[in-house]
Design a protein around this ligand. Sequence first.
Ligand code: ADP
Ligand code: ZN
Ligand code: ZN
Length: 736
Amino acid sequence: MPGDLIDVLVPVPLLEKFTYKVPKGNQKRKLKRGVRLKVPFGNRILIGIFWNYSDSSKPKRASYKFIKEILDEDALLDKALLDLADWSSRYYHYPLGEVITYFFPPSLRKGKEAKFKESTYWKVTDKGDFFDLSELKRAPSQREGLVLLREKGDLSQKSLRAYGISSVTLNNLYKKELIQKISLEQLPVNSHRIEAIDKKKLTSEQNISVQAISGEFGNDKTFLLNGVTGSGKTEVYLRCIRKLVDQGKQALVLIPEIGLAPQAERRFKELFGDRVASFHSAKNERERLDVWLGAQRGLYDIVIGTRSSVFIPMKNLGMIVVDEEHDASFKQTERFRYSARDIALYRAKLSKIPTLLASATPSVESMSNALNGKYQLLTLKQRATGADLPSFVPLDLKGKALKEGFSEQLLEEIGSELNNNNQVLIFLNRRGFACSMICKSCGWISHCDRCDAHMTVHSNPSHLQCHHCEHKKPLYTICPSCQHNEFESYGIGTERIEDYLKKKFRQFPVLRIDSDSTRQKDSFKNYLKIIDEGKPLILVGTQMLAKGHHFPEVTLVGILDADSGIFSADFRGSERVAQLITQVSGRAGREKKPGKVILQTYCQEHPQIEELLKGDYETFIKKIIEDRASTKSPPFSFHVKLQAESFNGLLSRDFLSSCLDYLNKSQLMNKDIKTVGPLPSLMEKKSGVYRWEISLFSSSRKSLHSLTDHLQSFLYLPKQTRKVRWSIDVDPISTM
Ligand code: ADP
Ligand code: ZN
Ligand code: ZN
């Protein structure tokens, strides 16, 4: 017999579950874990989640409030997902009441009904079923309507109108209680699966991978598919999913960026018809709810989506694919700092299904798991189309005069490729026009008032913008320091290159693709359409262009600045650069035409640049893994970061010191744990706040987690200062 006190998850940043009373009238009904409830909280009404009946020994306090409403008959999330939420909350040390909201689309978080859009249908009543038609002799149209509904079953007002039955007729039948109105959900998909034929013959490498993966359906096995760019990784998982779908199962495919969704969706739809949906933030609430419901009820065979899709319920999930698994965008870097890749792995474990991590440039973490046998490594060394991998050519910049970042030689190569009707891609991972604005007379630089950073010059419309807090300002006309009015634009960004190339190669279109130029809905899609036409043109872009796109006409990739990143303060810097350069290079020569990559560099002899020039990412990453092993940095130790922000650097620092004192008193602080800090974050001042941090390292995940639990209980003490905002980041990836 369920009691009348229940524990509810409420979406607030507090660790505890909240106790509520169930009103008498509802007490007989046994609530299921996961059901949504309306509950009063402070002076608001919030949507909470029923978690369990309170321990019967719990004292009955008069202050417990009644729940307002039970919103769901049945839980919308199954047990595996509720367990996943619980695990994620404990693993990332983030309140479960907030974590669970990630499992619902926005409209369900607001308490809306978990239903597809409904339409009104007319249905014959019991009375109408047995009604003697001769009684309608004098009302032929009513008679016709009733006969039609008896024959065809339920029909919408619209289709009845198409049969010539007016609403007046329907109302008359309704008054006689011969028909009634019902609301029915409009399902977004037809329920047939299409039998597509796989046209391509798989290469032998692809075949081995497909066999290996499909042999493990039903097991929680992880595969790392490491295939060079264009090796047909997508084709491999499409085939595996085909087999799964034929067994009536579903697949979840995670991709790093919305920009990749249209291409992926198109390719999937060719094979699977309309039982494919994509889920990302560019969709409106209604669309997102429809995809969510369709997945949950098993109407979609495949859901493709960005980071947050890892939480979508699927009725009969058979496999999870994480494409471009190395991509940093799978990690959320604010609030609930989860990694969608790692949550996918745990989800697969709970559901006993395989996970496929795919990349041409696997992360250090995944590659070392493959090398130590935790994952099964599958390798594709050849391009599927038979094309060769592009050749790498270093271009030593020492002593050379540059024009807007370009060497004479690179410009000549661009010209000759264009004249041969080919497309060219120029890569620079810096958006905007110039890095900063400098006063010619006194050397004053356009700093951001809110960050330890320069403001970037943007043209068209011209303004200054900080890339760390997005703060905007008009360009200066007079130097605030010396009142002179002549400025220099220092450094080069994608806008500046675009301007220059447009002047230099007048006959050819130049498309700039970065987060500024693709801000508007569909703009990215439109660019892809132009590229697809295959006419000669120049693409200028940031890392957006490096991700997974297939540009068959690109024969030359120019990398303007191969050196940036190699010398970054972040120990992940060189891994990132290698990934970016390999990925962007992989856009060259993907089909019939051979590709070439030109790397402009000042340090051709640097060992890491030398490695990259060999075009052998695997050797490169294995070296990095050795380095990490020798320095015991992640993944050879586990890392938790505590960051504190406030309007005063000293406050942040002192707060962290008090945390560290607290930890040092604990027995959990054994010699296996290393602490670093408090130190100012790499960019101490950002968006007007001062950030400091402590890092905790350990070779034992378990002891690090116990220590973090202990830390968490301290952080949530009610007496903690409100002047400092803190965050816990488990497996952090950014150092900014
Ligand atoms: P990746 O995901 O590794 O970048 P894709 O699966 O996108 O590679 O394949 C790259 C190109 O090769 C695509 O145009 C694809 O249609 C083609 N392709 C893939 N597999 C084959 C195959 N077995 N035979 C011929 N072409 C293939
Ligand atoms: Zn000046
Ligand atoms: Zn700023």
